[in-house]
Ligand binder design. Structure first.
Ligand SMILES: *Cc1c(COP(=O)(O)O)cnc(C)c1O
Length: 432
């Protein structure tokens, strides 16, 4: 099935047999769309067609593509120093970014460790939590509580705290650590259950890891600020560390700079990625509180954090991230995200009446139409492309995470196409 009419460009025809695509059955998946360039909220294909990007390039391009302020910053940095190793060396883009992140983050989240992808930032957070207890002389505390529908990345440690029903775990049984998936506590019974669960395993627990308010790729589920606050309270009561994975929710996505602000809760460790550089270069960060960092501050070299990616704190990425933070300071991104919630909720409300639709929800710049079962996935994806929008349904969710700068007109187009194509999909299923 080829959604395009034009033949693939030479580079795709010649190169495709050498590429391995993510999350794809290479034998049966549709040929990927050849992209020529990006601009604003649009992806331009090799045959000249343009798609409105409904997912901001996996939640990352929060200011839209090719933003001139980000491009100029990276260009300047490229000439000064594209990269230099971070072991034994420092540079201004990284230290400036660390200082700015510490100032933006709530509470005492003051110590920034840079890495090159979100999954690695999660690995670092898990290692920090395990070693925190070890450095304090508490042995055997190296396990984690995580949550149903959670997603924390594709590397082994990150996978071990991702919902085991997500489909990836089965292949790696016996190799992956089996952590403790729990239910996010939304009522008294589940609070009591989580309380008992943590109490029972406390001697072995290093921490609890959660995507606050909005869970991403593990199911696009939302939960309340109260649940987040309950989890903080339980971690305090049982003295286990709380890690917030804000790789997806950070940088305005839920309507505040960080989702944890809405619950008025501060984690011990937070992970950031995706929107950090405005979608320009891969970069992630693991930020610890002063109290966590203090457990590593010692005359004993064995108490040091043993991690160091080759490209950590890449200057191009840090320059992009600093420029992205400039835009958050100068432009009304958070207001834009909050306005998007109202607009998308209204525009997508009619989806509720379609057969097979289970729920419609919006939080900040995240909107989800959840269905009972996503049959005909490839058909659905191709139909969206035919309609000029880049929407990629996944699991049981047809979701939007647009650039925060998307105009009301483009948002309305996106929502209207989502509604039309989902209606068509639902009718087709009834007919089959
Ligand atoms: C995307 C994501 C990750 C993994 O980040 P990568 O950069 O893809 O490795 C981890 N946690 C959450 C919540 C994410 O959304």
């Amino acid at each position: 099935m080829s959604p395009g009419s034009a033949p693939p460009p030479d580079w795709q025809r010649d190169g495709f047999r050498h590429i391995w695509m993510p999350y794809s059955q290479m034998k049966t998946a549709a040929l990927p769309l050849p992209v020529d360039s990006t601009s604003g909220v649009r992806i331009r294909l090799a045959d000249g067609r343009e798609l409105i990007d409904g997912i901001a390039s996996w939640w990352s391009a929060c200011h839209g593509f090719n933003h001139p302020h980000l491009v100029a910053a990276v260009e300047r940095q490229l000439h000064a120093m594209p990269h230099v190793m971070f072991g034994g060396l420092n540079h201004e883009p990284a230290l400036k970014l660390a200082r700015r992140l510490a100032a933006l983050l709530p509470g005492e989240l003051n110590r920034v460790f840079f890495s090159d992808s979100g999954s690695v930032a999660v690995e670092v957070a898990l290692k920090m939590a395990v070693q925190y207890w070890l450095n304090r002389g508490e042995r055997g505390r190296n396990r984690f509580v995580c949550f149903r529908h959670g997603y924390h990345g594709d590397t082994l440690g990150a996978m071990s705290v991702t919902d085991p029903e997500g489909g990836m775990h089965a292949h790696f049984k016996g190799y992956l650590l089996e952590e403790y998936p729990a239910v996010i506590p939304e009522d008294e019974t589940s609070v009591a259950e989580l309380d008992a669960f943590i109490a029972r395993h406390r001697e072995r627990l290093a921490g609890v890891i959660l995507e606050p308010l909005v869970q991403g790729a593990g199911g696009y589920r939302f939960h309340s600020a109260e649940a987040v606050a309950e989890i903080r309270r339980l971690c305090d009561a049982h003295d286990v560390l709380l890690i917030f994975d804000e790789i997806a929710t950070g940088f305005g996505r839920t309507g505040t700079m960080f989702a944890c602000e809405q619950a008025d809760v501060i984690p011990d460790i937070i992970t950031l990625g995706k929107g950090l550089t405005g979608g320009v270069v891969g970069l992630a960060a693991t930020v610890a509180t002063d109290a966590v960092f203090d457990a590593f501050w010692s005359d004993d070299p064995g108490h040091a954090l043993m991690h160091g990616p080759t490209y950590m704190a890449n200057p191009l990425a840090c320059a992009a991230a600093n420029a992205s933070l400039d835009l958050f300071e100068r432009e009304p991104r958070l207001e834009q995200a909050r306005a998007m919630e109202t607009r998308l909720a209204a525009a997508l409300a009619p989806c509720r009446d379609l057969p097979h639709v289970v729920d419609v929800r919006a939080k900040g710049a995240v909107a989800v139409v959840q269905v009972d079962e996503l049959r005909d996935l490839e058909w659905l994806r191709a139909r969206f492309v035919d309609e000029g929008v880049w929407i990629r349904p996944f699991r049981d969710a047809i979701y939007l995470t647009p650039a925060l700068v998307m105009s009301p007109e483009d948002l309305d187009t996106l929502a209207a196409r989502l509604l039309d194509v989902t209606r068509e999909w639902a009718e087709r299923r009834r007919g089959s």
